[in-house]
Design a protein around this ligand. Sequence first.
Ligand SMILES: [Zn+2]
Length: 162
Amino acid sequence: MFGRRTMFAAAAALGTAGGAAAATPVARFEVERSEQEWRRLLTPAQFRVLRQSNTERPYSSPLDTEARAGKFHCAGCELAVYDSTTKFDSGTGWPSFWAPVADAVGTSPDRAFFVLAQTEVHCARCGGHLGHVFDDGPRPTGKRYCMNGVAMTFRPSGGAAS
Ligand SMILES: [Zn+2]
């Protein structure tokens, strides 16, 4: 028969084990899915960027040259992350913006590039990796949000059938 103390010790041991298994801190987002779900919902190319923080080949996305008025949405959760009014041609081969939609993206230090410190940009709603932000952008912000086109979808203004 287990006494109170024994039960507590067992629970504590389980708690410790669980904590060790979840050693990597997990950021909480409004939209969270398992890896399997993301793999089902996204194309392989989208998954590699949004969920594995890869970078698409420059000039590979049609959104790089998208010039119509409209909004760019996160391909993971549909959140509008950039507006065409902040898009500019950076000449890098990646869709670039000088500002995101208010509160639509978050940033974090990117330790994958430990030599050249970069700032990673992700969707504020699902945490999907979108790209990086640099300090060599145009006015008025001086920021260059260098995005992966495959991580976004574009919806032209008034594009929906009337
Ligand atoms: Zn998202």
